[in-house]
Design a protein around this ligand. Structure first.
Ligand code: GDP
Ligand code: GDP
Length: 491
């Protein structure tokens, strides 16, 4: 069986995480540093797999036992196949932690940086600090408030071999996140529901004959707001000029002058494409080096946008800031095109570059990548077509019957696994919102939907419908429930 070590300073929440994973309250949790000094061993069920947990003491240099504790931690790390390095998100990133993290990382094991005590949305920003550690495998969680622990469990699950622990069929899926979003789900009456799930084959065919796959709200479809975002000097303002087809670049600015955000609108047929805050895109030189300011401005732009053009400089290595900016697109659930600019300066190995982008920006897997040169205008003309296409995908409404047909076929191929001996039933799926598409899975036990099965269903939907460039949000809920609990991942 694979072994997992939970390592970190005292009081970061290791024992709490340990308890959460083994679901037993047998590691002592306390505010007093150093109470869980001894290495303990426990088997934890991770969905239908298992892992052996090694809990270790802290790593605090201030503690006189530090050398001993650290020695034990290193020993546990050597013994382990998977390492969770836990830090306290309420404190600022610490150089000693970083150093020790790198030491452990050098062992070449599967390792995640777990930033605990991210107790609410506001605290998500604390996470940026920890991107400094340079790892992609970072989880902002709150053990106490049960936030995002599902994502961490999913990651651990992926590190475990398939055949092991198969005997443990109990799914550990009673996670309930504390922050619930009210998305105003449509009301279903029982009769309609029965109708939806009891259609005969003939009825279904008749239903579909009058049915289109994509419906649009013309009012909203015809307006699309686009934000051009990226680090300083990647070519945002050059790209904007190329798109607008005229050179109005450098705005000379007197220090202290605030230029109001100005949007520029291009009309393409019946569509109005608005580039938001173009004054900000063009204001050059002012924000070099002030990362926080750049991020805040980007946040403001994205609040207002439907689609983000993430501009990356293909002529130099990607930076952490690229990732932070990209993370904001995911956070805002926006449509996205990844623009690899300065293509004229590269060796033009498309495969190599797209692979780099895909592995670094995993959460933007749905976004198409365009390689362009804002300078020579190579392929710039493709961007507008892509924007309009993604706007359609982002704004589409798929009929309940079409959706259910795909889901039914998928279920026939792979049945929904039952949980703790209880049958899990998926009554029907329905799209309840657009921009981006949000789909509710109406189930008898929404908490029993295994994430691998949810992923399977979303893959089937992505195969069946055109969701290129848009996130698709999937929410499992019961018939009664109108509020969505849990921060579902987007696929
Ligand atoms: P360890 O010394 O690393 O094993 O840390 P513990 O698990 O004993 O936790 C230390 C303290 O942090 C305890 O008071 C916990 O209740 C608290 N704690 C653990 N997780 C969280 C969390 O997610 N948010 C907050 N605010 N406190 C937490
Ligand atoms: P911004 O800070 O992201 O708005 O970047 P700018 O548009 O001001 O561009 C920064 C620098 O990169 C300028 O010197 C541009 O001329 C140059 N640049 C922008 N796009 C390209 C490109 O596609 N190829 C090359 N070679 N240079 C570019």
């Amino acid at each position: 069986m694979k072994k997992l070590a939970i390592i970190g300073r005292p009081n970061v929440g290791k024992s709490s995480l340990f308890n959460r994973l083994v679901k037993q309250r047998d590691a002592i949790t306390s505010d007093q540093a150093g109470t869980t000094r001894d290495v303990k061993k426990r088997i934890a069920p991770i969905l239908d797999r298992e892992v052996e947990l090694l809990d270790t003491g802290g790593l605090d240099k201030g503690c006189e036992l530090f050398d001993k504790i650290k020695e034990k931690a290193v020993k546990a790390a050597y013994e382990a196949d998977i390492i969770l390095y836990v830090v306290d998100g309420k404190t600022i990133a610490n150089d000693e932690d970083k150093k020790f993290f790198y030491e452990l990382q050098a062992m070449g094991k599967a390792m995640a940086l777990v930033v605990n005590k991210i107790d609410n949305d506001k605290m998500n920003e604390r996470l940026w600090d920890y991107y400094e550690f340079g790892t992609d495998t970072i989880f902002g969680i709150s053990v106490a408030h049960n936030r995002n622990t599902v994502k961490l469990i999913e990651w651990i699950y992926e590190q475990l071999p398939e055949d092991e622990g198969a005997k443990n069929k109990e799914l550990q899926l009673d996670e309930e996140e504390n922050d619930s979003h009210d998305y105003n789900l449509p009301e279903f009456n029982e009769e309609e529901e029965a109708h939806e799930r009891l259609l005969t084959e003939d009825e279904k065919i008749a239903f579909e004959e009058n049915d289109q796959t994509r419906f649009y709200d013309p009012e909203r479809l015809n307006q699309v707001k686009v934000a051009i975002i990226g680090r300083v000097n990647v070519g945002k303002s050059s790209l904007l000029n190329a798109l607008l087809g005229e050179d109005r670049s450098v705005v000379s600015s007197v220090a202290g002058t605030t230029i109001d955000p100005i949007d520029e609108v291009i009309e393409v047929g019946d569509k109005k494409v608005t580039f938001v805050d173009t004054a900000g895109v063009r204001r050059r030189g002012k924000i070099v080096g002030i990362e926080k300011f750049a991020l805040n401005r980007t946040k403001e732009m994205l609040k207002d946008a439907d689609i983000a053009l993430l501009v990356l400089d293909a002529s130099e290595p990607f930076k952490d800031l690229d990732e932070k900016i990209a993370g904001l697109i995911d956070e805002n659930r926006l449509g996205c095109i990844i623009i690899l600019n300065k293509w004229d300066l590269t060796d033009k190995d498309y495969e190599k570059f797209t692979e780099k982008v895909r592995s670094r920006f995993k959460f933007l897997h749905y976004a198409p990548i365009l390689t362009i040169s804002a300078l020579t205008k190579q392929r710039v003309h493709k961007i507008m077509d892509k924007i309009l296409e993604i706007n359609e995908n982002y704004s589409q409404r798929i009929s309940t019957s079409k959706l259910n047909r795909v889901i039914e076929l998928a279920q026939r191929r792979h049945h929904l696994p039952s949980v703790k001996g209880k049958v899990i039933r998926l009554y029907y799926v329905t799209q309840y919102d657009i921009r981006p598409p949000r789909i509710a899975l109406v189930m008898n036990r929404p908490e029993g939907l295994h994430f691998t099965y949810r992923r399977y269903l979303t893959n089937k939907l992505r195969e069946a419908f055109n969701f290129e460039g848009t996130p698709v949000l999937f929410h499992a809920r019961s018939k009664k429930q109108r509020t969505i609990v849990s921060d579902e991942p987007n696929f």
